[in-house]
Design a protein around this ligand. Sequence first.
Ligand code: PEP
Ligand code: MG
Length: 875
Amino acid sequence: MKADTARIGWIGAGHSPLPAVIYGTKAAWLSEAAALGLPVPPGFALPAEMLGELDLVAELDALAAQTGTRLGDPSAPLLLALRASSDEGASASVPAVLNIGICDAVFPALVTALDLRVAQDLRRRLIQSYGIGALGMEGEEFEYALYDALKDAGADAEEELSADALAELTERCLNLVAAETGEPFPDAADQQLSGALNAMAAAWNTPRARRRRVARGGADDAPLTLIVQQMVLGLGAGNSGAGIAHLRDPDTGVWALSGRYLANAQGDEALMGLRTPQVLSKAEREEKRLPDPALEEVCPQTAHALADAGARIEAALGDAFSLDFTLANGDLHLLELHSARLSSRAAVQVAVDLAESGAITREDALMRIDPVLLDAHLHPMIDPSAKRDQIGQGLPASPGAASGPLVFSPGAAEEAAATGNPALLALIETSPEDIRGMHAASGVLTVRGGMTSHAAVVARGLGTPCVVGAGDLTLDVIARQLTAADGRVFREGDVVTVVGGEGQVLAGAVPTLQPEITGAFATLMDWADQVRTMGVRANADTARDADIALGFAARGIGLCRTEHMFFKDGHLTTMRQMILAESEAERRTALEKLLPMQRADFVELFEAIHGLPVVIRLLDPPLHEFLPHGLAEMEEIAAELAVPVEKIRARALDLAEFNPMLGKRGCRIGIAFPEIYEMQARAIFEAACEAGARTGAPVKPEIMIPLVSAVRELELLKTLIEESAEAVRTARNEMVDYTIGVMIETPRACLRAGDIADKADFLSFGTNDLTQMLYGLSRDDAGRFMPDYVAREVFPHDPFHRIDEEGVGEIIRLAIERARAAMPGVSIGLCGEHGGDPASVDFCQRAGFDYVSCSPFRVPIARLAAAQAAIRARR
Ligand code: PEP
Ligand code: MG
């Protein structure tokens, strides 16, 4: 019984486009192009599960009516192509069967229409493609047959073979197929078609085809639709051949024709390297100084037709495509559309073009770009054509590529920068005192540490390319050398490159390309800002950071880590004096000296931020981090401060803690030494007065207290800050508008968020510490086993990188609920590393955050991620 043919889809002018979910993208996109009136050979698409139910008589009649030729008709034979259609990436897992319908009965007509040699060649190709596409035979078997034929004929290339030689080759191919199937190759056109359909459906499910589609990103069990189409020969008179056209420059996304074309060819032969294809564009031919003219020069009308087809397809389908095409005696036919392969920059250009032309909406354009890919716009990149000599692999801590002569100490990095030749700083791991060296270095490499280790966080903040945890490199600090796993040794001054975005360490200098913020990128960012509902701020400690943040359109600073100011030249010594003080009076004397330094830094920062909001966090790290570690450095400091080295050593010992991350840090310093926070508060208020007076833009500092876990900590420190404000007001007769907030980064603070919000103007979640404390997992040591944990799916992601919604996320939601219940209007932000991770930004939108704050270089990523989160929330 004839099965229901309603599910057969037609490809051709006058037919509606086919849905991709039923017929696969190849059939769907071709049917779209055909519906636009573009030259697509007519045909139909048949879901494979319908095979066996059908005789296809009606379909073949319809094709005969459309083409004026008929399958197996000795006077006007129709030849067919059979192609697989499925999800993109899966379609190509079985190759096409071409030239179906050539049998003895129709051969004379082909000879008359083409010539004997072409007819022979077509027949040979039918058998070969049937063997490969339908029977799943190896292409090499046929290549060996061709090789033998060439040898026998004394020929170098296929096109030199005579009709007789091709006939002989055809015989060899027939024997190969017969040996495979145990039967002669069918000589009836309709048997060829039904045989090819059934064999292709069987080939689709072979392990080899499954492996191929998985390798191309398709699904192992992707469904199959068979496309039966009129064959366009690509062989014969005039300009005939096959090729692929790319219409957009794959790096920039602007309109530019490129691709390959091979005369007298079918299918994807232009890409198979059997013969040298022509390029499509004159520009490429000239640039590469190729001897043969470009297709554009030989057939300008084809180049125009391709560009026109590309533009119409983009407008209709809302995406960029590359086109497989065939020329038959000068006439263009489109045989397949592929999603264009584009760099992230090109993808932005195309998305913006499409939205501006109305082909897609702005929201679609925003949703289409993976925010993480924007990173490529923001940092220097390795020239894609450069050779890489990889010597190590670590974690991609901070993107961008940087080369430089190796140095093994922060001091050496500073010296190198002073000579105008920035060095690449390699260390076991970094600590806060290395920040100046990191600042001065072209790039940073550590052999230990994870994605939220000190080096990683600071490098991201500075925008310095950085690879951490490159454990396959051995660093000998004493000998000052780095040894690669292959035994190669790199000494001070040897040039090395880090590729921060990929975690690679390379030998030698590698050419880089500077990032360009193109017009399209800026436009996309503008649209993102119009759509998003969450604010995006930057974590910025200096005026330089603030400048970068503003350059990336951050709306203020969400975290200024004031400790970084104390590591500046000249400041560190005074800071150390303060830490070495043996009494409050002595400490106050040192703090008096620190006050103007801190004030000057704040003035600079406030001026740079032009009146936008700025969150200043009071001192957070444990004090021992400011003291030198090694004896040599202790001696140096002792001489500088004119104190016995013993005193420094004793103080360092005194401050040493078993778990400094859980020790005397954060607001605990402020409770133990209130005079330190008092000095900082005073510096903030005085700087606000000065900067406000200078710029005319009032500064409204948001003072943040770190590591709070009990509301009493907030109460004590709030009083202290308010008293400072009052003192400054009395002294200067000027009132600074300010707020006081709390950093929520301990589990207890989350649970007590109601009490805390009741007394705070804002809350900012420090998700680095919160993750560390909730998991009981050191952020500095996690890198040692995190890759194993993620690989074995203990955690779906590194929780220091992407917010763990199940655990950390749950306690954050609970904290927000309690905070808003107590104080509905309290502002809620996030300032941990997660602020620059798109999935975490999406969580923040769902959890009701007011803003996220991240490293300046990740601000554009967060802006786009916030826009996408807002769109998702609306949809
Ligand atoms: C945090 O803990 O998330 C945070 C932003 O503070 P820091 O990284 O300085 O500890
Ligand atoms: Mg913290």
